[in-house]
Design a protein around this ligand. Structure first.
Ligand code: UD1
Ligand code: MG
Length: 453
C-alpha cells in the first residue's frame, strides 16, 4: 500500500512540559528512563523513525535538563518553553511559531507515551490525507482509569472527556485517548485557540480540539492502537509497565535474531543492545546502554554489561561486570568476579577469576591469574597498563600503572609491579620467604601457655 502521508509536509510537536507530580520525583517525568533511554528519547526516536517530519519540543520553565536532552537527541529542533503549566492545548500553542500554518500535518505526541511505534505515527496521519482535520489515536483500555474517554455519537467521535470531567456513564467507556493526535496544519492554530479551560482542572485540554473541530463542521477520525503502545506514564507503577513492555519487545527481537535466552524474563536489555546469532544468554543478565555482542558469544548468569563490545565466541561471567569502554576481542574470556573498564582485551586472552582490569590493554592470548589487579588510579589521575601478547601474570599480582608487561613476559605470583617488565622477562616483586625450622611449634606452645596463664 502506498503511504499517503509520505508526500505531505509534517511537524511533530512533542509535549514535555508537564511536571509529573505523581512520580514523586526530583526528576521531571520525561527524563525518567525505560530500557536505558529517557521517555522523551523514546518518543523522539519514534518520531524520527517515522520519517520526513520536522520536530519541535515543548519544555517547562527552568527545565534546562529537558531542553538539553531534546537538543542532544534532536539536534536543531526548536525547543519552546511553556511558561505556565496550563494544560496540553496551551503547551502545543507554545510551539505556535513552529506550527504556523504551512505544514500539511501537525502531529502531537506526549513525552510520557514512549511505547508508540513509528508505523503508528504514520498511520495516524493517514486520515488527514483523506480529508479529516483531526485524527485521534484511541485504544480499548483494560482499565481506563485516568485516561480521557472517546465519546461517540453513532459512528462519529464528538468529544474526549477527561476522567475528572466525565459522568459515571462516560467513565464506563473503555475506548480511551492514547495521547497522540494529528491535526491539519492549516486549522491547527485556529482550533487550538478556540479551546477554553472550563473543566475540573481549569486547564486548556488538547483533547477539546475534537469538540471544537466538530462544532466547526470539520471531520474527525479515530485510529486505533494496541493498549501496549499507548501506555502513558503518570506514576512509577506505570513506568514499570512501560519497562516490561520494552523488555518484552527486546527479548523477542533478540530471540528472533537467533539468540538463545534460557530465561528471557530475567534478561534485561537496553534500547540499543545489539545481540548476534547463536549467542547464549544465561539467566539474570543486565545490559546497560551501548552493548554489542557478536555471534557465538556466551553471557553466563548474573553478569552486568554496559558500554562494552563482546566479540565473537567470547565467554563472559558468570558474575562478570563489563563497564564502559571494554572491548573483548574474539575468543577472549572474562570469568567469575572479574571487572573490566576501558580495557582492550586481545584475541584469546583470559581473565578467569577475581581480576580487575581498568584503563588497560591486554594482548592476545595473555593470561591473567586470579586476583590480578591493575592499579589504575592514584587518587587523582588514571593511568594505563599495557600487557603484551602471550604474557602471563601470576595470581594476586598488582600492576601499578602506568606500567607495562612485555610480550611473552612472566610475572611471579603475588608481585607488585611498579617498573615495566621487558618482553620475555621474568619479574618477581615480593619479599623473599623466610623459613625458621621448629619455630612454628615453639610459637604455638608459647601462645597456649599465655592463654592458660
Ligand atoms: C492525557 C490526556 C488524556 C489521555 C492521556 C494519555 C489531556 C487533557 N489528557 O492525560 O486524554 O488519555 O494523556 O496518556 O491531554 N504537558 C505539558 N504541559 C501541560 C500539561 C501536560 O507539556 O501543561 C505534557 C506532559 O509532560 C505529558 C503530556 O503533556 O508529556 C500529557 O500530560 P499529562 O499531565 O500526563 O496528561 P494525562 O493526565 O496523562
Ligand atoms: Mg500522562
Amino acid at each position: 500500500m502506498s503511504d499517503p502521508a509520505a508526500s505531505r509536509s509534517c511537524l511533530t510537536v512533542v509535549l514535555a512540559a508537564g511536571e509529573g507530580t505523581r512520580m514523586r520525583s526530583a526528576l521531571p517525568k520525561v527524563l525518567h528512563r525505560a530500557a536505558g533511554r529517557t521517555l522523551l528519547g523514546h518518543v523522539l526516536a519514534a518520531a524520527r523513525e517515522a520519517g520526513s517530519c520536522s520536530l519541535a519540543v515543548v519544555v517547562g520553565p527552568n527545565r534546562e535538563d529537558v531542553a538539553a536532552e531534546a537538543e542532544r537527541l534532536a539536534p536543531g529542533a526548536p525547543v519552546f518553553v511553556q511558561a505556565e503549566r496550563l494544560g496540553t492545548a496551551h503547551a502545543v500553542l507554545a510551539a505556535r511559531e513552529a506550527i504556523g500554518s504551512d505544514y500539511d500535518d501537525v502531529l502531537i505526541v506526549y513525552g510520557d507515551t514512549p511505547l508508540v511505534r513509528p508505523e503508528t505515527l504514520k498511520r495516524l496521519r493517514a486520515p488527514l490525507a483523506h480529508g479529516a482535520s483531526v485524527a485521534v489515536l484511541g485504544f480499548e483500555a483494560q482499565d481506563p482509569t485516568g485516561y480521557g474517554r472517546l465519546i461517540s455519537e453513532g459512528e462519529s467521535l464528538v468529544a474526549i472527556r477527561e476522567e475528572k470531567d466525565a459522568s459515571e456513564e462516560e467513565r464506563a467507556i473503555r475506548l480511551s485517548n492514547g495521547g497522540l493526535m494529528a491535526v491539519a496544519g492549516r486549522h491547527a492554530v485556529g482550533l487550538l485557540e478556540k479551546i477554553g479551560n472550563r473543566n475540573a482542572k481549569g486547564e486548556f485540554y488538547l483533547t477539546d480540539v475534537v469538540e471544537v473541530a466538530v462544532m466547526s463542521g470539520l471531520a474527525v477520525a479515530i485510529e486505533q492502537a494496541a493498549e501496549a503502545e499507548v501506555q502513558g506514564v503518570n506514576t512509577r507503577a506505570q513506568l514499570s509497565v512501560v519497562e516490561a513492555e520494552f523488555q518484552r519487545r527486546l527479548r523477542a527481537a533478540a530471540m528472533e535474531n537467533g539468540a538463545t535466552l534460557i530465561a528471557p524474563e530475567t534478561v534485561f536489555f537496553s534500547h540499543d543492545t545489539k545481540i548476534g546469532r547463536d549467542v547464549l544468554i544465561e539467566p539474570n543478565v543486565f545490559f546497560g546502554e551501548g552493548v554489542s555482542v557478536a555471534d557465538g558469544a556466551v553471557i553466563h548468569a548474573f553478569s552486568h554489561l554496559e558500554g562494552a563490545h563482546v566479540g565473537e565466541g567470547v565467554s563472559v561471567g558468570p558474575f562478570a561486570r563489563l563497564r564502559p569502554g571494554t572491548r573483548m576481542a574474539a575468543g577472549s574470556k572474562i570469568g567469575n568476579f572479574c571487572e573490566a573498564k576501558n580495557a582492550e582485551i586481545g584475541e584469546g586472552a583470559k581473565l578467569n577469576h577475581l581480576t580487575y582490569v581498568g584503563d588497560a590493554t591486554v594482548g592476545p592470548r595473555a593470561n591473567l591469574g586470579a586476583g590480578t589487579v591493575t592499579c589504575n588510579y592514584d587518587g587523582v589521575l588514571k593511568h594505563r597498563t599495557t600487557i603484551g601478547a602471550d604474557a602471563f601474570v601470576g595470581v594476586h599480582s598488582a600492576l601499578v600503572a602506568p606500567v607495562s608487561v612485555g610480550e611473552g613476559a612472566y610475572v611471579g605470583t603475588g608481585s607488585v609491579i611498579i617498573e615495566s617488565v621487558p618482553d620475555g622477562a621474568l619479574a618477581i616483586a615480593r619479599a623473599r620467604q623466610v623459613t625458621k625450622e621448629g619455630r612454628g611449634a615453639e610459637l604455638k606452645a608459647r601462645l597456649k601457655a599465655e592463654k592458660g596463664g
